[in-house]
Design a binder for this molecule. Structure first.
Ligand code: PMP
Length: 402
């Protein structure tokens, strides 16, 4: 039995779950859509309530105490993101608060990338990951073309069987005019770790890498000081990491290539969002992201091992993780995301059936770029609050539909 399976549950997990009021209020429902957005712990709700009832004001302007406190909180949220990501050199990086990963990636594509590119340059981007990590790069190419600069956007090569990047083909695809690579940390459909250390090894030390970490921040420990995570941008959604909707951030290393200019105080920032992000990251650190990751992994292993044995279901991506009883390293496992189809029941019907039993899952084409999984599928995605009992009940229902 994989080590992670033995770590499942535990008192700390029951205590953590008890801090999510929406779950306590709806015992008849099971939330399995955390890859879309997470639920919020009481500590986040309290921080927002406290801020709005004690010191709500605008940030970056005003000299009275509420305004000063608001400015401090927003600045603190930026610093907290650096700490949370294990930034080893916070004086050489910047954090830009956004509404989520989509806006973060678009900010880089609009405000930073065009200044790095000259006629004939190339960039490599993922064509089969989330649409939010493709469209901004295509828009940047269009913007540059309108100014007479032609840039080639090439697909990050993949292995068709598993959804992983093809790191060998990637090394061949990198040329003297390659200036930028965009990649994904954990795939939002397959749940697999996309092995960014191999991307760095394939592209060499100089090319900036931008990581879409929407499905990893708050789920997996992220330590930017680790040589295996040698990237230049980390973009994530605060709302998938227990903070309020409309939150996210771009972390930018300022040492390789010119910096992403910080937004400053050009407009009114999402102050409440920043307060919620601060509280969410504090909460996650107090619980321990390592513990969250091990718990979520144990539930994912349970789900994939049992689902992989049911002939009526096709589980998408990462075939290695379906090998029953295999002891796979964490990097080859799925991280809290399992997407599947029933071979006969259409996915939207399956979504209905699951909801009629209280399970809230995603059942559509999952915002994936390209024509890849357009047939529709059902995605189960987990966070700290999910339990083994919920997964057992889900599996019992799926087994009954065999
Ligand atoms: N990238 C990935 C990998 C995602 O999973 C998502 C959200 N599903 C996004 C980008 C977009 O995130 P947001 O909705 O916060 O902009």
């Amino acid at each position: 039995m994989p080590q992670e399976t033995q770590d499942a549950g535990g008192d700390w997990q029951a205590r953590a779950r008890a801090q999510f009021p929406i779950l306590a209020r709806h015992p008849e429902l099971t939330y399995l859509d955390s890859a879309a957005t997470s639920q919020k712990p009481q500590a986040v709700l309290d921080a927002v309530q406290d801020y709005l009832t004690t010191s709500n004001a605008n940030a970056g302007r005003g000299t009275y105490p509420w305004a000063n406190r608001t400015t401090e909180l927003v600045e603190r949220a930026r610093e907290r993101v650096k700490e949370f990501l294990g930034d080893p050199a916070p004086d050489r990086s910047s954090v830009h608060l956004t509404s989520g990963t989509s806006e973060g990636l678009r900010t880089i594509a609009r405000d930073w990338l065009p200044h790095q590119l000259a006629d004939g340059d190339e960039i490599l981007v993922p064509y089969e990951d989330h649409r939010a990590n493709l469209e901004p790069w295509l828009e940047a190419r269009q913007l540059l073309a309108e100014r007479g600069t032609r840039v080639q956007v090439r697909a990050l090569p993949r292995q068709s069987s598993s959804g992983e990047y093809d790191h060998r083909a990637l090394a061949d695809a990198v040329g003297p005019r390659t200036r930028f690579v965009a990649a994904t940390h954990v795939h939002h459909v397959y749940g697999g770790d996309m092995n960014v250390h191999r991307i760095r090894a394939a592209v060499g030390p100089e090319i900036p890498i931008c990581l879409d970490a929407a499905q990893s921040v708050g789920h997996l420990p992220i330590r930017l000081g680790d040589p295996a995570l040698d990237v230049d941008f980390v973009v994530f959604s605060g709302h998938k990491a227990l903070a309020l909707p409309g939150t996210g951030a771009v972390w930018a290393r300022n040492s390789r290539g010119p910096a992403l200019r910080p937004a400053g105080w050009a407009g009114t920032p999402n102050t409440v969002g920043a307060v919620s992000l601060l509280a969410a990251l504090d909460w996650l650190d107090a619980v321990g992201v390592d513990r969250v990751a091990a718990h979520v992994m144990s539930l994912t292993v349970l789900l994939t091992d049992r689902l992989g044995r049911l002939d009526s279901y096709e589980v998408l991506g990462c075939p290695a993780s379906l090998t029953a009883d295999s002891v796979l390293p964490a990097a080859q496992r799925r991280h809290g995301i399992v997407t599947f189809r029933h071979r006969e029941i259409p996915s939207d019907d399956l979504g209905f059936i699951l909801f009629s039993h209280g399970f809230m899952v995603r059942a559509d084409s999952l915002c994936q770029a390209g024509a890849h999984e357009q047939n529709g599928s059902v995605r189960v995605s987990l966070h700290v609050y999910n339990t083994r009992e919920e997964i057992d009940r889900l599996l019992a229902l799926l087994e009954s539909l065999e």
